[in-house]
Design a protein around this ligand. Structure first.
Ligand code: PEP
Length: 246
């Protein structure tokens, strides 16, 4: 099974959402590919109702607290009333533009576990860190801090997203994707003591490059930004992975 998750970010008006839904419904879905879409909160209910059977619907962020004086925040407890199946946690745009720390991200992971929302933890190095050969050090540090004291029986996913590859059209080589995803799995098993965790790759994935980029034996799928805004492109990414042999 491969997993293709989309991240709409701060995109799509209600009109665009309706168009996406009708386009998505026309697509023939590939076998053995599970799709998910992280949508703006406002569309959670509608998307869930319309696409439930063909696509998991989740959100892009969640509060670190359960409730209280945190104006503007949405809690995991609220999300579970709306059948939210997953939330991205620690996306690099949240880390960089909203100054989220690994400690806050850890709290967000814990809140998701408390309320049955599957977190997808995003990790990845910046261009400077890559150039200084610090990728593995950064990945290990982010994983150990963000996954501190998590219940090891709960389901979650990790997305390896090199910051320099997000929205740039620049991607790592398929060999580097495999090497870093497999390193993440090693840290998960040796340091966090969890097994069977799916690790996705994210950063400028599109229908043309998906098969080659995601071909590594450790790579379980993709987290897709820009290309997930177009229903056909989004589903085509999954279709192009169908024939990867293991
Ligand atoms: C993302 O935002 O997680 C992402 C991978 O974006 P893009 O596919 O546009 O690079």
């Amino acid at each position: 099974m491969k997993y293709i998750y989309g991240n709409w970010k701060e995109n799509n008006t209600l009109r665009d959402v309706n168009l996406f839904i009708s386009e998505f419904k026309k697509q023939k879905m590939p076998n053995d590919v599970c799709f998910g879409l992280a949508v703006p909160y406002l569309y959670l209910q509608k998307m869930n109702k319309k696409l439930q059977k063909k696509c998991e619907i989740g959100v892009q962020n969640v509060s670190f607290s359960e409730k209280g004086e945190f104006t503007g925040e949405i809690s995991a407890k609220m999300l579970c009333d709306f059948n939210c199946s997953f939330s991205l946690v620690g996306h690099s745009e949240r880390r960089q533009k909203f100054k989220e720390t690994n400690e806050e991200i850890n709290q967000k992971m814990l809140r998701c576990f408390d309320f049955g929302i599957m977190p997808i933890l995003c990790v990845g190095e910046t261009k400077e860190e890559k150039d200084e050969n610090k990728t593995k050090k950064v990945l290990k540090m982010q994983l150990t801090k963000c996954l501190k004291d998590i219940p090891t029986s709960k389901k979650f996913m990790v997305a390896y997203e090199p910051v320099w590859a997000i929205g740039t059209g620049v991607t790592p080589s398929p060999k580097d994707v495999e090497e870093n995803v497999s390193y993440i799995k090693k840290v998960l098993s040796e340091n966090i003591k969890v097994s069977g965790i799916c690790v996705l790759y994210g950063g400028s994935v599109n229908p043309q490059n998906a098969k080659e980029l995601l071909n590594g034996k450790s790579v379980d799928g993709a987290l897709v930004g820009g290309a997930s805004l177009n229903a056909k492109k989004f589903v085509d990414i999954g279709k192009n992975l169908q024939n990867i042999r293991r």
